[in-house]
Design a protein around this ligand. Structure first.
Ligand code: UGA
Length: 430
């Protein structure tokens, strides 16, 4: 098949590479010449494990093409996927301006005959109808189009695995031809197929991300109880999660959820709820606990750090990505700077991105040991593997005072105490 992806972020580029690798001819459309040139040269722009290799392989095989010209791509394609961003507006509402503008341009570029337009971007209920209207207003009479909603569930950091073996593939459409064609495209991929209407497909994505955010906030809330009662959050959540009805996954407390999806989608669902006159207290609570998680951790640092020199390991919103969008590290660093802390940071992949936010206000280290030199305390904000088995004896040699604030519970409290560190984790009072 010949297919197009409009947008080359985590969803667009990863999915494009995977489908190209299955032998399809794939077009990827962008609007920044510099980025399109990088992609043509095999630079994925973002860091995602395995993506660079897959991109290079499919460029070599001439199965993936990059262009600034939407018409060049869309006019050749049987299926066009919209994979552009839907960032939150100030009021939390999803900003659909890019999605609808893309829909208009797709309409102007469709080939004669039948094409399918499928939206993978996370969009509020009713958006696919608007996409269809925008296309119909702009297309020529000789073009026919069917719209399908195919929400994406891949996670950053494991995007390739998630795309190749998803739990489910959701297709919402009123067109049987569109559903069959999209099913045919996904034939090499596993996962349960859920065929439904447009509105349900659109809502499934928000309902899933809000549930994930709910689990994280619930784990954080229980960690607050553990800290006040001297209970151990890991034992509590291990025991809670062993119940099949609950499950242990996504019940890990920390400094709060971040990224471009969970924070934005909970806000958007609140906004959708308000418009529909639904009481959104429960969703408001998820957001509130998330803010508290970062705030309580920050207070722990301010109260217990013995000096103002602090090293921070981990800046991305989760491991295996360079993405810092809505990362808890940003809020924590901003607040520590206000309190006069001198901060040295290290992250395996997110250093360039964090520099664009903080510039000269931080010191940037080349490795974890360099970051802790003369530091009074060490703070871990992302659970990169690189930090898990690091030599803490060596770390101690570089540090001035031996205090650890472990925002992701990656170390054993007793082991750290035995090594001579004063250790502060999340909900673990040992
Ligand atoms: C999330 C969803 O998991 C994907 O299914 C979805 O496709 C994606 O959003 C999207 O909408 O595009 P992602 O944002 O990549 O994926 O990251 P997650 O793995 O969901 O983690 C989100 C945040 O929750 C991270 O900051 C992570 O550190 C935090 N988290 C996660 C916890 O604090 N505790 C946990 O137990 C799990």
């Amino acid at each position: 098949m010949t297919i197009t992806f409009i947008g080359h972020g985590y969803v667009g580029l990863v999915t494009a590479c995977v489908f190209a690798n299955f032998g399809n001819t794939v077009w990827v459309v962008g609007h920044t010449a510099r980025k399109i040139q990088k992609l043509k040269n095999g630079d994925p722009i973002i860091y995602e494990p395995g993506l660079k290799e897959l991109l290079e392989k499919n460029i070599k095989a001439k199965r993936i093409n990059f262009t600034l010209d939407i018409k060049e791509a869309v006019s050749k394609s049987e299926i066009i996927f919209i994979t552009v961003g839907t960032p939150p507006k100030k009021n939390g509402e999803a900003d659909l301006s890019t999605v609808l503008n893309v829909a208009k341009n797709i309409g102007k570029s469709l080939k004669t005959g039948f094409s399918i337009v499928s939206c993978k971007s996370t969009v509020p209920v009713g958006t696919n109808k608007k996409i269809e209207e925008a296309i119909n207003r702009n297309k020529s009479k000789s073009s026919k189009v069917a719209v399908a909603s195919c929400p994406e569930f891949l996670r950053e950091g494991t995007a390739l695995q998630d795309t190749l073996s998803p739990d489910r593939i959701v297709i919402g459409s009123e067109s049987k031809i569109a559903i069959d064609k999209i099913l045919e495209l996904h034939q090499p991929i596993g996962g349960k197929r859920i065929i439904t209407d447009l509105a349900s497909a659109e809502l499934i994505k928000y309902a899933s991300n809000a549930m994930l955010a709910c689990k994280v906030s619930y784990a954080n809330l229980i960690s607050f109880y553990c800290e006040k009662t001297m209970a151990n959050v890991e034992t509590v959540l291990d025991a809670v999660g062993i119940d099949n009805r609950i499950g242990r996954v996504f019940l890990y407390p920390g400094v709060g959820y971040g990224g471009s999806c969970l924070p934005k989608d909970v806000k958007a669902l609140v906004n959708i709820g308000k418009k529909l006159e639904i009481d959104t207290k429960m969703l408001d609570g998820i957001e509130e606990v998330n803010k508290q998680a970062a705030k309580y951790f920050l207070q722990k640092i301010i109260k217990n750090a013995s000096g103002k020199n602090i090293a921070i390991w981990g800046l991305s919103f989760k491991p295996n990505t360079d993405d810092i969008r809505f990362a808890p590290s940003i809020y924590i660093i901003q607040e520590l700077l206000k309190k006069g802390f001198k901060i040295t940071v290290y992250d395996p992949e997110a250093m360039d991105n964090i520099k664009t936010v903080f510039g000269n206000s931080l010191n940037y280290a080349n490795n974890p040991y360099e970051a802790v030199k003369d530091a009074s305390s060490l703070c871990i904000l992302t659970e990169w593997d690189e930090f898990k088995q690091i030599s803490m004896n060596k770390v101690k040699k570089y540090m001035k005072n031996y205090i650890i604030f472990d925002g992701r519970n990656i170390y054993s409290p007793t082991k750290m105490k035995d090594l001579g560190f004063k250790y502060f984790g999340i909900g673990r009072n040992i």
